[in-house]
Design a binder for this molecule. Structure first.
Ligand code: HEM
Length: 367
């Protein structure tokens, strides 16, 4: 299987050519107490990412010692297009590590939005690792490898598994409400304008070490699918502003057609409160809220009530968290879609800049 090089100006897992179909998002609490501990942690993680994403053989185990790898994908580890993306929460910039003056300007604990029903056991964390690969067992193997390697320095706070349907070729994969999700994502070649901290025009006032990183907003959003499946098609389409079969903006033909709201000022084609229209009104003033969405679907089985416990792991990246996720979510507050969704977890994190061979992830922050 093929490998994605983990080295570069940016971490490899944000702008992958094609979304890997499987993910695990794991939030950790850092139990180390000094800046040296934090450095040690990030060095170990770098070392493990370099091994796991390239693939290779574990050393033979001594019968009296635990084997090096979990063994679930064999002792010869295939790369399987694994990416592991490392991000830090605002709590890392408290007094513990002496890094307060270096905190990314917009990094803060995730606030509660009006429709949220947050569960403490699924919120925040000092660090997230986002594992993406072509197979679930690759992610599970990588998570267990890293958990073992960071013993004494970090513990898991919460974790959730994500999946994506194969998707029609050239089309965005569908979410669990049955709509294509990701169609209007900005193109990778625009990335320098909105995605990378310290590089985008709205991100020039950040600590120098952040350059090439990105803010990561994670939201765990339950979908009330039984209720949704009893909602008329027309209403579903009005809620998003797109047709369900093809994903085209209402009144248009193709998924990638660009709506022109200046010709639809009263919302006759695409309702004024449609999800896509509120999220991106396509005005000059809202241009700065562009973000890259990389969501996954999740299933936690069944709720006690007998309803499916399924939904979206919403993940987005942007150069400026305020202009991106926070402003967009504020515009979405009160949207008709809220009747069918319940955010219950997540957090705000800063995805560290990329690293070269011989460097470690987070080096510009710590050295
Ligand atoms: C667009 C679904 C939550 C931001 C879309 C689209 C769908 C969708 C189907 C249209 C296709 C596309 O362009 O990708 C959902 C579902 C959600 C959810 C099911 C929750 C369960 C959010 C959240 C945000 C967000 C929390 C950010 C705060 C956006 C943006 C667009 C979009 C920026 C693109 C609008 C455009 O440029 O036309 N979403 N979304 N979505 N969504 Fe969401």
């Amino acid at each position: 299987s093929t490998s994605i090089d983990c080295h570069g100006v940016h971490q490899a897992g944000i702008l992958v050519p094609a979304h890997q179909p499987c993910a695990i998002i794991t939030a950790f609490d850092i139990t180390g107490t000094t800046k040296g501990d934090l450095q040690k942690l990030l060095r170990i993680i770098t070392d493990r990412i370099e091994f796991l994403s390239k693939g290779g053989r574990y050393p033979d185990a001594h019968p009296q010692l635990p084997p090096a790898g979990s063994g679930i994908i064999g002792m010869n580890v295939p790369p399987d297009e694994l990416t592991v993306t490392v991000s830090l929460g605002s709590s890392v910039f408290d007094e513990r590590f002496g890094l307060a003056s270096l905190k990314p300007k917009h990094l803060q604990p995730m606030m509660r939005f009006p429709n949220d029903m947050l569960r403490a056991e699924y919120c925040h964390g000092d660090m997230t690792l986002q594992f993406c690969a072509n197979n679930h067992e690759t992610n599970m193997h990588a998570l267990r490898d890293i958990m073992k390697a960071v013993t004494g320095l970090a513990v898991v706070r919460w974790s959730i598994d994500g999946f994506l349907p194969k998707g029609e070729p050239g089309a965005a994969p569908r979410n669990l409400l049955g709509f294509k999700d990701g169609s209007a994502n900005p193109k990778p070649k625009q990335a320098d304008d909105f995605l990378w901290t310290g590089m985008a025009p709205n991100s020039q006032d950040e600590p120098a070490w952040t350059k090439g990183g990105s803010y990561q907003a994670v939201r765990l959003i339950r979908n009330l699918v039984e209720f949704w499946d009893r909602t008329p098609l027309k209403e579903q389409e009005m809620i998003f502003g797109r047709d369900k079969a093809h994903g085209a903006p209402l009144g248009m033909k193709s998924e990638y057609d660009e709506p022109d709201y200046s010709k639809d000022v009263d919302g006759k084609k695409i309702p004024m409160d449609a999800h896509m229209r509120l999220a991106n009104p396509r005005t000059k003033e809202t241009q700065k809220s562009l973000m890259l969405r990389r969501p996954y679907n999740y299933s936690l089985g069944l709720q006690k009530s007998g309803q499916l416990d399924v939904g979206l792991i919403f993940i987005c990246y942007q150069a400026n968290l305020q202009d991106g996720f926070i402003d967009v979510q504020k515009r979405l507050d009160g949207e008709p879609l809220e009747e069918y969704i319940k955010p219950f977890g997540g957090g705000f994190f800063f995805t560290l800049p990329g690293f070269k061979k011989g460097e470690f992830v987070g080096q510009s922050l710590l050295i």
